[in-house]
Design a protein around this ligand. Structure first.
Ligand code: HEM
Length: 148
């Protein structure tokens, strides 16, 4: 993840999900819900893990709040791409939070990376797959580091 890759990944993520700009957070939430829905269709074992955040109604305020926590958490990571020490602190914290949730598997987090690969080209101009692989994939891997 070169400095150039990082800058591209940050810019395209920000454009697509609108965090840090003037985009209504409801837009961000509505764009992210289908990623979780696709993940759960692929692997139904994910659904019970999200029962506490009202996954039975993905358009509920509770599920929206959960999705926003995920996006904001990921945004913190992406925004720290040019500061390895900070990035490491954030991903370590996220890794611990997920390791504490029994049933969350490494493949779910990596599946979420794949879901972003499908969604981002539709949301960002001239989406750069290489930059996303080089810079975003290591973030997902770091979040999954303590999972099996
Ligand atoms: C880049 C990807 C992800 C990020 C940045 C992320 C971030 C977060 C954050 C910030 C929380 C709240 C933690 C807390 O307050 O304790 C959370 C909770 C959680 N995440 Fe993730 N998450 C990601 C992907 C996933 C995926 C793919 C799954 C699939 C199973 C998942 C499962 C959970 C569960 C089960 C919780 C707890 C829900 C609850 O409050 O009951 N996460 N995540």
């Amino acid at each position: 993840c070169s400095r150039e890759d990082a800058d591209i990944a940050i810019a395209q993520w920000t454009q697509a999900f609108g965090i840090g700009g003037n985009v209504d957070p409801r837009v961000t939430i509505n764009q992210t819900i289908p990623l979780f829905v696709a993940l759960m269709q692929k692997d139904p074992a994910i659904k019970p893990l999200l029962a506490r955040v009202n996954v039975n109604d993905v358009h509920s305020a509770e599920f929206g709040a959960h999705v926003l926590r995920v996006v904001v958490g990921f945004d913190l990571c992406i925004s720290a791409l040019n500061d390895g020490l900070v990035l490491n602190e954030i991903t370590s914290h996220l890794a611990k939070q997920h390791a504490a949730r029994v049933g969350v598997k490494r493949e779910y987090i990596l599946g979420f990376f794949q879901a972003t690969l499908v969604a981002l080209p539709q949301l960002a101009d001239n989406f750069n797959t290489d930059a996303w692989y080089n810079c975003a994939l290591p973030i997902f891997e770091a979040i999954a580091a303590d999972l099996h």
